[in-house]
Every structure is written in C-alpha cells, then in structure tokens.
Design a protein. Structure first.
Length: 263
C-alpha cells in the first residue's frame, strides 16, 4: 500500500534556535535536550520497520526546520517541493530540495507567487490526495498542486481545516487504506465520507496526528484511551514522547517525510 508502506524517511535534527519556533499559543519554552531524546526515539521507531532514515543536520537559521513534512509532498512517482505559508519557513523548502533530488528522478516545485501550501495540510490515501485549506495553505496552492500531480495520475480533493486548527493533519491521520483516525470536529464536516473513521477519545484530540509507517502506528505518548482503541482495532502501536514538539504545534507526522522513491 503506497500510502503507508515506505522504504525511506527524511528527518532533521532539532536546532538550538527552536526555542524561537512558531506557536499558536505559548505553553512554554521547549526543552531542547528532551526534544532531542524524543527525536532519537522517533527515528529508532522508523528504523525498526526496516526503513532507511536520512538524518539531516540542524538548521539554526530556521527554528521550525525540525518539522520537515511541511517542505514537500513525497509520492512514489516524484516529489513536490512546497511553498510554506509562514514567511519565516520559506527557506526550509529550498534547503530540502537538493536532498530530494538525490533520491528522486523527478522533483517539481510550487512556484506561484500567490501559492502557499504546507505538507501538514496534505493527507494521501490509496485513492486520492486530500488537501485542507488553512491559514498556511490557500486555494492557489491547492490548484497548483492539483495540476502538478495530475500527470502522475493523482486526484486532489480540497477540504477545509476547522477554524483555530493549524493544519488539516493536526486533526487526522491515515491508519490504513480504508481507515482514518480523526477528531469528531473534523470528521463531522463530511470530509471522510466513504472511509471508515476511528475517533480519538474525548479530551485526547491532541493525538489525532499519528503516522502509519509500515507495520507501526506511531502516536504521541500519553493518550491511553485512544491507544486502547487502536490496539483493539488490531493496530501495532508505538508511543513516542511529544511534549516539547507539541509546544510548537508539532506532532508525529510533522517530523518526517515518508516515501518510496522511484528513479
């Protein structure tokens, strides 16, 4: 299943400048040492599935650069370099492009001056690419991505991120070809009609951002009710500490690009 079976992942080490990272609400300064420990656990979980993990060096000039997912969309046919909607993050995509070019035969780019789109707003399933409009992703960005991936045979469906939620995938994640983990506020919009939906437990909305990576569902630690629900549904779950990334609105998907490149 190309939507969750991967041979590669790219991560980037947290930088000391991450204390200046963007955040919707200030809930405290991240502890860099603890974040680094959590990050190491995350990489170990990815590698435990047999994947090759590329660890990129920290970028001190870009405080949010640990959140590599926002810089690109990686598909089997090629990669598309994003154009982040936060001005301070525009340079991160340019930094990522050469690493993708080393792995892919075809790397495209979102280039429109009015186009903004971040990977955190993109959920790829077996049948379509859902892109959530948000404060970081606009209609022009969605339209440009739609044109770029059409030649690879992909259909893009525009959906809408709930008000006050940073990214579409803040509130959802793919569990398998037919199943989405979601908050009720997002699923009630009807955007997942046709899919099976597993709801996160009430009060545990912060764990909706997980990743299905090969045989593992990797989720943030500390959400026991949702973990039990996932295990009872037959998934193999691995918990990873996320307390420090959460202070910067980051979750499990934000920390990696996951893909199987074709050359």
């Amino acid at each position: 299943m190309r939507s969750y079976t991967f041979s590669h992942a790219i991560t980037r080490r947290p930088s000391a400048s991450i204390i200046a990272g963007l955040r919707a609400v200030d809930t405290g300064t991240p502890d860099l040492a603890l974040m680094q420990a959590h990050h190491a656990d995350y990489i170990a979980a990815l590698r435990s599935t047999g994947a090759e993990v590329v660890e990129l060096a920290a970028l001190e000039a870009f405080p949010d650069s640990v959140f590599v997912e926002d810089t690109a969309l990686c598909l089997p046919e090629g990669a598309v370099v994003m154009r982040p909607g936060a001005p301070s993050r525009l340079g991160e995509a340019a930094e990522m492009a050469p690493h993708l070019q080393a792995l892919y035969g075809q790397v495209l780019r979102i280039e429109g001056a009015d186009s903004f789109i971040e990977g955190g707003d993109i959920l790829t399933t077996e049948t379509e690419i859902l892109v959530g409009r948000s404060a970081r992703t606009n209609a022009a960005g969605v339209a440009e991505l739609t044109r770029l991936v059409a030649d690879w045979g992909y259909t893009v469906r525009e959906v809408f991120t709930p008000p006050g939620v940073l990214h579409f995938k803040t509130d959802c994640s793919l569990l398998d070809a037919e199943t989405i983990l979601s908050t009720r506020r997002l699923a009630e919009s009807g955007c997942f009609d046709g899919y099976k939906v597993i709801y996160v437990a009430d009060g545990e909305e912060a764990c909706a951002n997980t990743i299905r990576f090969n045989d593992l569902v990797i989720m943030p630690a500390g959400f026991a009710k949702t973990r039990v629900t996932l295990e009872q549904a037959g998934y193999t779950v691995r918990e990873i500490g996320n307390s420090e990334c959460a202070k910067l609105d980051g979750g499990m998907s934000c920390l990696s690009l996951r893909f199987t490149p074709a050359r």
